[in-house]
Design a protein around this ligand. Structure first.
Ligand SMILES: [Cu+2]
Length: 51
């Protein structure tokens, strides 16, 4: 989609589809499509919870 739009910043947005609570209005996140190689690199850099 970044190629189609010509926008290198383009991300899909994931929205909550249930009115689930007080923070529902703000329940969204970016969905980023990466190559397997880039994803594996990103994953290796993540810390586990409590680390
Ligand atoms: Cu919600």
């Amino acid at each position: 989609m970044r190629k189609i739009t010509g926008n290198n910043e383009f991300n899909y947005v994931l929205l909550c589809n249930k009115i689930c609570g007080a923070a529902h209005y703000n329940m969204q996140m970016d969905v980023v499509v990466e190559s397997q190689e880039d994803y594996d690199k990103w994953l290796a850099e993540q810390k586990t919870f409590g680390e």
